[in-house]
Design a protein around this ligand. Sequence first.
Ligand code: ZN
Ligand code: ZN
Length: 232
Amino acid sequence: MQKIIEGVYTIVGLVTGRVYVIVNGDGLTLIDASVEGAEKGIARDLARSGYSLKDIRRILITHAHPDHIGALAALVKASGAQVYAHALESPIVRGEKPPVRPEGYKDSEVARRLFRLIGIKDMPPASVDCEVREGDSLPEVLPDLQVIEAPGHAYGQIVFYSPSSKLLFCGDAITRFGRLGLPLAQFTPDMAEAKRSIKKLAEMPIDILCFGHGVPMTRNTSARLRAFAAKL
Ligand SMILES: [Zn+2]
Ligand SMILES: [Zn+2]
């Protein structure tokens, strides 16, 4: 695992779908669950730090896309972890509904092949134990960790914020492919709402921004995010 700050790490060695690990008294909390099959890589990287999948107590899901919940069912099976997600995403996690795509978007055969190439496969159904919403706090994870709704990329996209650490886990609300960017259009059913969410997040003091895709940003973060949001 690569350390971000004391007690907060990211799993290394995954192809796509970043996973964060928060270590506290009773075990591990994961943020997101990467792609189907990633449980092997997660187990390998946890083992390097002396942990196993059985140490996972909770898995917080930012949104139900296959690169964020693909390994969820396998991780829950191995650990018995409690799964947290927004009520709008939980039917998708449970496999009762597909993820919402933009109007007119079709998964072409080319797109499907591209996904398989970068390791994005299916999303086996998993349970949700705890539905969370804006304003909820999760002291069992970090003393001041808050749930914030940031819809647009997914209707139930949530992000997790620690004011004392100025630390934000933003899922796919904001991406970092080199520079800060919008979520990918073909997977974002409401881009206008996604932009409003970015502007809302940019108003918060942030030192460390942890993306679902891309390397965490740790320098000049708030200023860079505000500059990006101002252009939207
Ligand atoms: Zn996504
Ligand atoms: Zn993603």
